[in-house]
Write a protein that binds this ligand. Structure first.
Ligand SMILES: Nc1ncnc2c1ncn2[C@@H]1O[C@H](COP(=O)(O)OP(=O)(O)OP(=O)(O)O)[C@@H](O)[C@H]1O
Length: 276
């Protein structure tokens, strides 16, 4: 029987920052194409884990392999290898990293810089893109209802509109791994639905999707598997269909944190399963 390869494998990874152990993971394997949601109270280590996967923090101990790139505390990837890995990794982070003075369309086109076949260096310097690529970027903006804002400067868009521009850029990048840190923060319910559908569509195009969420109602919409973190450790790892409200209650109560969107946690089990 064919087994799906792992896009991510971490073994015995510890990360220490400013003398504090911020990540402590015995073993974590995430299969290609899996949709994983990470939950946990503030300071649990969720963002640190995402940063480890893209080389923005280094392991103090242990080893990791992400999209075939192997690293450990002694063998760090070269800058060019991290760049290659990041080119295949789409990120939607809390700070969206849009270029404020560029239009929405130009920001989306930045996504194609990661695709070698789509761009040459001198073209990217001149911001000259093949018409077919511009058409793809316009199509993504249109799908997200932003076609009318294509030529608006990013710093004149609302928070929700900027969030969608970041997603359109992700689509143009065609990543193999998507890391989304609270991708629906500050979005209204309709936009949240749109973004969840959009992320799922990108994941269906054979990408592994890892999303950090605080709002429990997003879990059934974005997860095949749920990982709970506390104090830098993985303390919960279940399939989305096995997730019980009690799991999350325990996770947040042990951190003495308020339970996010507690009404979603009270959804009876069959509803969770149907929504998935
Ligand atoms: N650069 C740093 N130097 C020292 N400690 C750090 C650094 N970055 C994060 N930490 C600490 O690591 C711990 C985990 O932080 P992290 O940002 O990963 O948490 P999180 O689960 O993403 O939290 P949140 O839900 O608030 O975004 C926290 O205690 C934080 O203070």
């Amino acid at each position: 029987m064919m087994t799906t390869p792992n896009d991510i494998e971490l073994t015995g990874v510890k990360v220490e920052q400013a003398g504090k152990l911020t990540l402590d993971i015995e073993h974590l394997a995430i299969q290609r194409g899996q949709r994983v949601v990470i939950v946990g109270a503030n300071g649990a280590g969720k963002s640190t884990l995402l940063k480890l996967l893209t080389g923005f923090v280094q392991p103090t101990q242990g080893s990791g392999c992400v999209l075939g790139y192997f690293f450990n505390n002694k063998h760090c990837l070269r800058a060019r290898q991290w760049r290659a890995l990041r080119a295949r990794t789409g990120q939607v982070m809390q700070s969206l990293h849009l270029v404020g003075r560029l239009s929405a369309l130009d920001n989306v086109l930045i996504g194609c810089l990661a695709r070698r076949e789509a761009v040459s260096i001198w073209r990217s310097w001149l911001r000259w893109h093949h018409p077919a690529i511009v058409e793809q970027a316009m199509m993504q903006l249109q799908t997200l209802g932003l076609a009318n804002h294509a030529h608006t400067r990013a710093d004149r868009l609302s928070g929700g509109e900027r969030q969608k521009v970041a997603l359109a850029r992700l689509a143009l990048q065609q990543p193999k791994l998507i890391l989304a840190d609270e991708p629906t923060a500050a979005l209204d319910p309709a936009a949240t639905d749109e973004v969840c559908q959009y992320l799922n569509r990108l994941a269906q195009a054979n990408a592994t999707l890892i999303t950090v969420v605080h709002d429990a109602s997003l879990i059934p919409r974005l997860a095949d598997r749920v990982i709970g973190m506390a104090s830098g450790k993985i303390v919960l790892d279940v399939s989305a269909s096995e997730l019980m409200p009690a799991h999350l209650q325990q996770l947040y109560q042990s951190a003495n944190a308020p339970i996010p969107n507690s009404s979603a946690l009270l959804i009876p089990k069959p509803c969770l399963a149907v929504a998935i």
